[in-house]
Design a protein around this ligand. Structure first.
Ligand SMILES: Cc1ncc(COP(=O)(O)O)c(C=O)c1O
Length: 413
């Protein structure tokens, strides 16, 4: 069966008619219809190839025959719930745990990042008997109600009365634009101390903290990389019941890994043989093809190429990255840090015209956000940086506000 049943225009019309308008689409003025993908590339209905620098959830790589063979084979054999013994469940859990500290000992499988975070919250509250949660400014933790409550990226759209009174927001540990910057003698301690103050204030008001939740690297919040030592210091001020969340290369599986003392608190049923077979196959590909090593090497190369662009283009205020998680913050003024929002939108739209997909995010939507599949190559890095160079050279400085760009928003999770 062909992946494409309708002409693109018809797909657009049907989407407008049947899909809720809050489900945002990339490049809403001229959306892309993707019908297949391979490696780091996606292909539209005309066979045009796009280099994917943003896909995020397909973090290993797009379509991989081995993975889908495993899935098909397991589907032929059996799919059922986790209340029967099955080797895929225990094998997958064992292999995931082997990548983590011993303390994070046992797994619960679920279907999505949102479900995993919701479960982590539930168990943290039950284990501690406390209710309050500390989250970070601009954080995004998922789309279900319990997580909108702790996702300032989303809940800033709510009124004060709609916001959950048990949720406390600490500053984003952003050393470029945040409260404590790179010129601070010890930003990690300064940001961690703020968390300590929040805990003390909550105690004084009779509240008690159940959990501190944070993305290890804040993505929607603008590709923020916390200063070294920040999480370790924050952990000293909290009950030590950490969890870890992993997700499975666009397949419907995620896992929360708990210490044993927390994990017995609530019955949990997720993790079926098919999803676990896929999870195992994804781990095989990551290991056999050394995708983690590749992400580190290519990510460093990409960051070094971007650093050179920073010397050339005043619009680039900051480059920050860990592996293939890289952010390029565009500013109109390097001292005032005036966000170059329209220019960032201009860059991603111009890249799209050249068949490269990138997005812009952060509270000011001025951070170019790289999260390509882990099989991204040095040639891909060179290509995208070369194109960005040409685009930034063409943007006059200080840049004019383009009416078209300012309305080009709507790139959301
Ligand atoms: C940091 C983070 N947490 C949670 C989620 C929610 O995951 P899901 O969309 O699988 O529910 C996302 C999704 O983008 C995410 O980026």
């Amino acid at each position: 069966m062909s992946a494409e049943r309708f002409e693109k225009k018809e797909t657009i019309d049907l989407r407008k008619r049947y899909i809720g308008p809050s489900c945002k689409i990339f490049f809403s003025h001229d959306p892309i219809k993707i019908v297949r993908a391979k490696g780091q590339y996606m292909y539209d209905e005309k066979g045009q190839r796009y280099l994917d620098c943003i896909n995020n959830v397909a973090h290993g790589k797009h379509t991989r025959t081995g993975i889908y063979t495993q899935r098909a084979q397991q589907m032929e054999l059996l799919n059922t719930n986790s209340r029967f013994l099955h080797d895929n469940l225990v094998l997958y859990a064992q292999r995931l745990q082997a990548t983590l500290p011993d303390k994070l000992a046992v797994c619960y499988f679920v279907n999505s990042g949102s479900e995993a975070n919701d479960l982590a919250l539930r168990l943290a509250r039950q284990y501690t008997g406390h209710r309050d949660i500390i989250t970070l400014e601009n954080a995004y933790h998922g789309h279900v109600s319990s997580l909108i409550d702790i996702s300032p990226y989303k809940f800033h759209q709510l009124s004060d009365t709609e916001q959950n009174q048990f949720v406390h927001v600490a500053s984003s540990p952003d050393v470029y634009r945040g409260k404590h910057r790179a010129d601070h003698p010890d930003p990690a301690t300064a940001y961690a101390d703020e968390v300590k103050d929040i805990i003390n204030k909550a105690h004084k008001k009779g509240g008690k903290i159940a959990a501190f939740i944070a993305e290890s690297l804040q993505s929607c919040g603008g590709q923020v990389i916390p200063p070294v030592g920040y999480f370790q210091q924050v952990a000293q001020y909290l009950p030590r019941t950490s969890t870890h969340l992993l997700m499975g290369n666009v397949n419907l599986i995620s896992v929360v890994i708990f210490p044993l003392c927390v994990a017995y608190l609530w019955p949990q049923f997720g993790g079926n043989p098919v999803s676990c077979a896929i999870g195992l196959a994804v781990l095989d590909v990551i290991e056999k093809e050394d995708l983690q090593g590749n992400a580190l090497r290519v990510g460093q190369y990409l960051t070094s190429l971007l650093e050179k662009q920073k010397e050339k283009h005043l619009l680039i205020g900051d480059i920050r990255g860990r592996g293939l998680f890289v952010g390029v913050e565009l500013v109109r003024d390097r001292l005032k840090l005036t966000p170059a929002t329209a220019e960032a939108q201009e860059v991603i739209y111009r890249l799209k015209e050249q068949y490269i997909l990138l997005s812009a995010d952060g509270p000011h939507r001025n951070v170019l956000k790289f999260k390509p599949p882990m099989c991204f190559t040095t040639e891909d890095a060179e290509l995208v940086v070369e194109k960005i160079d040409v685009i930034l050279t063409g943007i006059s400085f200080p840049p004019p506000l383009c009416g078209l760009c300012t309305t080009r928003k709507g790139q959301s999770v």
